[in-house]
Design a protein around this ligand. Structure first.
Ligand code: 5AD
Ligand code: SF4
Length: 442
């Protein structure tokens, strides 16, 4: 029997990349590659990259450097780079890293089997053409059903048309394209039949899901359709843009019992001046109105967000506006980043006047404040009973890990056979990043 070849795949960045990596594994399985977690064992090394901030991009080049020596020892080793850095850099990447055999963009995964074969025959290949129609969702077989699991991400749209001035996503992921509702429903029904109980509808900007033809559902309607699929107990979606979250979408939290009480709604800044410079399309007051409407439609909803610190023009007063917004929203959790100029974006042309020496302490102040809020919120849950979807064993292997409806990670003692079940858990301890609880009704 012919021996299986081995693929070592490293994934950086967001959930869309994780989802693309699942497709890559399935496609390459089709041409005889199994996966290995040891780069030194591999016949094919692929990096699925992220370019959202310079740090992510630099990390990728660091990793790539390590593989150079492997290639010296094993000249037939094929090394490929895909994802957002590959899309952005294209030819330049081949020049910067001459030992790389193939470069594939964010719309070109389906070409990988052919590209790998070509690389094995000694050809260097690069493909970064965008496919700007919804057919690109059909280029892959539906993957993952065979693996089952408890919770899965399902792509409903890709790309972004918003052009926030700091963001590279519209350049590396292309225009917004929505996937046909019937395909989304078909994939989720298949996952549900394989035992999956929770799905998260995924897209760069799910609120603007739109098939642009009469009679097709919009995002709130899609949520109602998915909620009807038998076997699915819990439904989530990410990521939302504040300017596109409609009253109808907010009402879904009241109307659809399966829709989990959590939303990730990035504000990016609390200053109107900075929000305008970011081209976000909403003011601080409008953002806070949406938050108030969500809290009123769904009391107890957990809100998470993203903040960029040190955007060009951010002075102390603008930063204080961000701090006060964060205080007002009371996020369950907050992801915050120092602004990183990205090549080709509008903001990269602005004078970046705030010095790093100012940005770093601002980030630390924000993160310290949020840590207190998160801990306080987690502690205030002690004594409450939460519905926890058990995902499987905890990292230590001795307990179970699951998530509350509000998406708080929870650990508790219990049988592994509870994976996939929603159990009642009394919270006994609120830690910084986790809740600890005991199952009271399985
Ligand atoms: N610099 C810093 N953070 C950024 N993000 C996006 N682009 C940049 C950038 N150029 C952050 C935003 C976004 C999250 C995914 O990454 O907060 O919501
Ligand atoms: Fe980037 Fe803005 Fe699009 Fe989000 S909405 S992906 S931040 S351009």
């Amino acid at each position: 029997m012919k021996q299986e070849k081995l693929l070592y795949l490293e994934t950086f960045g967001c959930q869309m990349n994780v989802s693309d990596s699942e497709k890559i594994v399935a496609l390459l399985k089709g041409i005889g590659y199994g996966e290995t977690s040891e780069a030194a064992q591999a016949d094919l090394i692929l990096l699925n990259t992220c370019s959202i901030r310079a740090t992510a991009e630099n990390r990728m080049y660091g990793h790539l450097g390590k593989f150079k020596s492997l290639k010296k020892r094993k000249p037939e080793l094929i090394i490929g780079v895909g994802g957002c850095v590959a899309q952005q850099e294209g030819e330049q990447l081949l020049r910067k890293a001459p030992f790389v055999n193939l470069v594939f963009g964010t719309h070109n995964l389906q070409l990988l089997p052919e590209m790998v074969r070509a690389a094995a025959a000694g050809k260097r290949r690069i493909e970064t053409t965008f496919i700007d129609n919804e057919e690109r969702f059909d280029l892959f077989p539906i993957t993952g059903a065979e693996e089952g699991g408890v919770t899965r991400f399902v792509t409903v749209m890709q790309g972004c048309d918003n052009f926030c001035s700091y963001c590279i996503v519209p350049y590396v992921r292309g225009r917004e394209i929505s996937r046909k509702a019937e395909k989304v429903v078909q994939e989720i029904a298949q996952l549900a039949a394989a035992g999956v109980t929770e799905v998260t509808l995924l897209g760069q900007n799910v609120n603007s899901y739109d098939l642009k033809s009469p009679g097709e559902p919009d995002f709130p309607e899609l949520l109602h359709m998915v909620a009807q699929i038998e076997g699915i107990k819990r439904l989530r979606f990410t990521t939302s843009h504040p300017k596109d979250i409609s009253e109808r979408l907010i009402s879904c939290f009241a109307e659809i019992p399966k829709l989990a009480p959590h939303i990730h709604l990035p504000a990016q800044s609390g200053s109107d001046r900075i929000l305008a410079a970011m081209n976000r399309g909403y003011t601080r007051a409008q953002y806070l109105e949406k938050i108030a409407a969500l809290k009123s439609a769904c009391p107890g909803i957990q809100i998470t967000g993203d903040i960029i610190v040190g955007f060009p023009g951010e002075d102390e007063a603008a930063f204080e506006d961000t701090l006060s917004l964060v205080e007002e929203v009371q996020y369950a959790d907050l992801f915050s980043f120092i602004y990183s100029p990205r090549p080709g974006t509008k903001a990269a042309e602005l004078p970046d006047d705030a010095r790093r020496a100012e940005k770093q302490p601002r980030l630390e102040r924000l993160q310290e404040r949020q840590r207190q809020v998160t801990l306080g919120r987690n502690q205030s849950m002690v004594g409450t009973v939460q519905q926890v979807l058990v995902e499987g064993p905890s990292t230590s292997g001795e307990e179970l890990f699951g998530r509350t409806g509000g998406n708080r990670g929870t650990i508790m003692m219990g049988e592994r056979s509870l994976a996939g079940r929603v159990v009642d858990v009394r919270i006994i301890e609120g830690l910084q990043t986790l809740l600890r609880g005991e199952i009271i009704n399985a």
